[in-house]
Design a protein around this ligand. Structure first.
Ligand code: VAH
Length: 313
C-alpha cells in the first residue's frame, strides 16, 4: 500500500486522489500533521508528523506500506521566516523515510525536489540537468542536500527513491502554502473574486511553471517507469512552460477583459530572480518519455473553469 505525507498540501491533495484513482481508495493512505478534509476523506487518512521516525514506522507496519510519496515540507518563502525549522523538518523527515525504506525494504520512495536548488550563478536559460547549484533559500539548500541523500541511499543501499525538480506548480483546488510561485494561483482567485490582483513579483519575473495536472502525470510516469530506466537518482529536471506575471495576466484578460494587475514586489522577488528562466528537461524526455500537456492558454482556461465551479459551490 502507498503512504502519502503532506497529503493536505497543494500537491499532496491532488496527487493522493490521482493515486487512489489508479490503485484504489483503500490502498492509498493520506497523512498530514493536520486532519484531512474534503475529497481526501474518500479513503484512509491519518495524522502523522514525518519528523517522528517511530510514528512513520508504526504507520508502515499498521497499513502494510510498500511505497511512500514524501511531500511534507516547508516551501521557499515560508522557510525564510523560520530557517532552522524549515531545515529540520525538510531534512529530518526525508532521512527518517530513507532509513525506513532501507531497513524495511520498501519498494519505492518518491520525494520532490525543485528548481529552487538552482541559484544566481546557474545558467538561467535552458538550465541543464547537471550545472552549478548555489541555492539562496533554506528551502533550496534543503532540496539540494536532499537530492544528494537520495542518490547516496540509492547507490549505497539500493533504495529505489525517485525525484523530480518541480517548477512552480499551479494547482487551485487546495490553496498553496508559502511558495514564491504561488502568485500564479492567487491571481486566479483574485481575478474571479475581485477582477484585480496585486502581484508580489515584478511584471517580468519570468519563471518555469507547470499546471498541477502535468506535475501529477510526471510523478506517476516516473514512478511507473522501469527502475533501470531511471538513470538520474538525484532529481530530474522537468518543465512545461515559463511565464511572467504580465503574461499570465494578459492570458486571463482574454477571458476577463476588465481584469487589472498591479505590482508590489516584496522579499519574494529576490528569491524568484535567483531562479532560472527556463529548464532543459531532455533527460526526463529521453529516459521515461516525459511530455507535458498544458501550455499557458490551455491551463488558464482549465483553471478559470474549474475555479469558477469551486467558488460557486
Ligand atoms: C516554492 N512552489 O515556491 C515552490 C517551488 C519552484 C518553486 O519549489 O517554494
Amino acid at each position: 500500500k502507498i503512504l502519502v505525507t503532506g497529503a493536505c498540501g497543494q500537491l499532496g491533495s491532488e496527487l493522493t486522489l490521482a493515486l487512489r484513482e489508479l490503485y484504489g481508495n483503500d490502498n492509498v493512505i493520506a497523512s498530514d500533521v493536520r486532519p484531512a478534509d474534503g475529497d481526501l476523506l474518500s479513503g484512509p487518512c491519518i495524522i502523522l508528523n514525518a519528523m517522528h521516525k517511530s510514528d512513520i514506522e508504526n504507520a508502515i507496519d499498521e497499513h502494510q506500506i510498500t511505497q511512500i510519496y514524501h511531500l511534507a515540507a516547508i516551501l521557499s518563502a515560508k522557510g525564510e521566516n523560520d530557517p532552522k525549522f524549515a531545515w529540520d523538518l525538510n531534512m529530518t523527515s526525508l532521512l527518517n523515510i530513507l532509513e525506513l525504506a532501507r531497513d524495511k525494504k520498501l519498494d519505492k520512495i518518491y520525494w520532490p525536489s525543485s528548481i529552487a536548488v538552482f541559484g544566481p550563478d546557474t545558467p538561467k536559460d535552458d538550465t541543464p540537468q547537471n550545472t552549478i547549484m548555489s541555492p539562496t533559500t533554506v528551502y533550496g539548500i534543503s532540496k539540494l542536500a536532499g537530492e544528494r541523500w537520495c542518490e547516496y541511499f540509492h547507490n549505497k543501499f539500493g533504495v529505489d527513491v525517485r525525484s523530480l525538480r518541480y517548477p512552480g506548480l499551479i494547482g487551485y483546488k487546495v490553496k498553496p502554502g508559502g511558495g514564491t510561485t504561488d502568485y500564479a494561483v492567487d491571481i486566479f482567485y483574485k481575478a474571479l473574486e475581485e477582477n484585480k490582483y496585486e502581484s508580489f513579483l515584478e511584471s517580468d519575473a519570468y519563471l518555469p511553471m507547470m499546471y498541477i495536472n502535468d506535475a501529477i502525470k510526471a510523478t506517476i510516469n516516473l514512478m511507473q517507469a522501469n527502475s533501470a530506466d531511471v538513470k538520474v537518482r538525484s532529481s530530474y529536471n522537468i518543465s512545461a512552460m515559463s511565464f511572467s506575471p504580465e503574461e499570465i495576466a494578459n492570458e486571463i484578460k482574454k477571458s476577463l477583459p476588465d481584469f487589472k494587475i498591479s505590482y508590489q514586489p516584496d522579499f519574494r522577488q529576490k528569491i524568484a530572480s535567483s531562479w532560472p528562466n527556463s529548464i532543459d528537461d531532455s533527460e526526463a524526455r529521453k529516459d521515461w518519455n516525459w511530455q507535458h500537456e498544458y501550455d499557458l492558454p490551455k491551463m488558464t482556461l482549465s483553471i478559470l473553469k474549474g475555479l469558477k465551479e469551486l467558488l460557486n459551490n
